[in-house]
Design a protein around this ligand. Structure first.
Ligand SMILES: C=C(O[C@@H]1C=C(C(=O)O)C=C[C@H]1O)C(=O)O
Length: 444
């Protein structure tokens, strides 16, 4: 993402962070995204402000098993020098936005060229969009950052934002041709391999995924794709991150990894999937099957129990809410909300929780081995944490599902499903295909 800096030169020492905020007249996110041309990052989540990042005041990268802690340390260096008026609106405070790779060992090559093991941008120009207002925050970091230069940028960007008009939603680019990393036969074989490992007692559950390359008829437009996802998946976390070479990783995921706000954390288990019905009666019947199925309940319970275990040492007073069914446009899932008290930084919580067995499996190490050995594509940032954090350690991370990485002419989509002892390869295949729908519908 963002700049060409590597880990060693991520954050120059001895800088200071100057941050100033101004409230703008009505400027909706969609119009700002259209005007931004090449935003570094876009983040929207249910019940929290949206963040749009243009340019980088600082960019931190990291790799390997320590990448969560490394990002936190580098960001702390930047935040420690902050010059920002006490009266500045808290909602528009500077936030790092970015994400992680799924695996500890990650190669930023192929479609993932430009996406490091961890990459977070502190926006130079940061728009924070709430239900009531849009704020413009300008951040500058360096030995020569001054309030005067920040104010000049504020003037310029605020004037340009006043002239921002909404612009029209164009027709989607259209998909000319699709190509799978995994054909149906290979998928059957992969599911059987997982089931064999489960039967031999080394594994309880593993999530198998695949990818789909879609060649586009027209040019990919992030603002259009983003607007379409907003219409179809209003309750999801929508995100987009742009890498150096010009590729964009984007999606609309229903899965919160964790939110930390003050001393409270919110997470949950989202696992087990059924299609939506064509009629209300059919939909109710599918929901009843999901709720009453021993297989789906087992698969779901493994995730909920594991999340509580993963929070051990990071949270107190862990409370589990009643199981619900989350209905999305394409599928329905079992969902169990979990909340707790915590003193940890959101990055420490994301580190502890990633990957939950909703996208990895159990036991965790055996599941990750199975995924690495059996899957025939590179997960990159798919199914990994994406989100934001601030100077206080508050933030939100979502699990980057229902996602794709796109350049001008093609998009690679990702989708997977949990495999347990009694999984049927053909049923799993159909469920996986449904998970491509959000992105395919935004492109076709
Ligand atoms: C792996 C994906 O989804 C995950 C797997 C699910 C399942 O196994 O039923 C359900 C929701 C997600 O936790 C995906 O969307 O690619």
């Amino acid at each position: 993402m963002g700049t060409r800096r590597n880990a060693q030169e991520s954050v120059p020492a001895g800088g200071r962070l100057v941050s100033r905020t101004r409230r703008l007249d009505d400027a909706p996110l969609s119009a700002l995204v259209r005007a931004a041309e090449r935003p570094h990052a876009i983040w929207t989540a249910p019940n929290e402000p949206a963040v749009l990042a243009r340019g980088a005041a600082a960019f931190v990268t990291a790799s390997g098993t320590d990448r969560f802690a490394s990002v936190r340390e580098q960001a702390a260096t930047v935040f420690s020098s902050i010059d920002r008026p006490d009266a500045a609106p808290h909602v528009a405070r500077p936030r790092f936005v970015g994400g992680f790779s799924f695996h500890d060992r990650h190669d930023a090559t192929g479609v993932w060229d430009g996406f490091p093991g961890a990459g977070f941008v502190l926006p130079h120009v940061q728009f924070t969009v709430t239900d009531d207002a849009t704020y413009l925050t300008v951040n500058e970091y360096g030995a020569d950052a001054t309030p005067a230069s920040v104010e000049r940028t504020l003037d310029k960007v605020a004037a340009a934002a006043r002239d921002t008009t909404h612009g029209d939603l164009a027709a989607p680019p259209g998909v000319r041709r699709t190509e799978r990393t995994t054909d149906r036969e290979t998928w059957r074989d992969q599911v059987e391999q997982v089931v064999e490992r489960i039967e031999s007692g080394t594994l309880e559950k593993a999530v198998l995924a695949q990818s789909l390359r879609a060649e586009l008829d027209g040019a990919f437009s992030l603002p259009d794709a983003f607007d379409r996802l907003a219409d179809a998946y209003p309750d999801c976390f929508r995100f987009a991150f742009r890498a150096n070479g010009g590729r964009t990783f984007f999606g609309a995921t229903p899965e919160r990894l964790v939110t930390r706000h003050g001393g409270r954390l919110e997470t949950g288990a989202l696992a087990s999937t059924a299609p939506r019905g064509d009629t209300p009666a059919e939909d109710d019947a599918l929901e009843a099957d999901l709720r009453n199925s021993e297989k789906y309940q087992h698969e779901h319970q493994l995730v909920a129990d594991s999340i509580r275990d993963q929070l051990d040492g990071h949270a107190r007073n862990v409370a589990t809410g009643d199981q619900q069914v989350r209905k999305l446009t394409n599928v329905q899932h079992l969902f169990t909300p979990i909340s707790a008290d915590t003193d940890d930084h959101v990055l420490a919580l994301a580190d502890a929780l990633h990957p939950t067995p909703a996208v990895g499996g159990l036991p965790p190490a055996a599941a990750l081995d199975a995924i690495r050995e059996i899957e025939t594509f590179d997960r990159g940032w798919y199914a990994a944490p994406v989100g934001w954090f601030d100077a206080d350690g508050d933030g939100t991370f979502a699990v980057a599902l229902r996602s794709a990485v796109a350049d001008d002419g093609a998009a690679t989509l990702f989708a997977g499903n949990g495999i347990v002892a009694d999984s049927d390869p053909d049923t799993e295949w159909e469920e996986v295909l449904l998970k491509y729908r959000p992105i395919l519908d935004a492109l076709e």
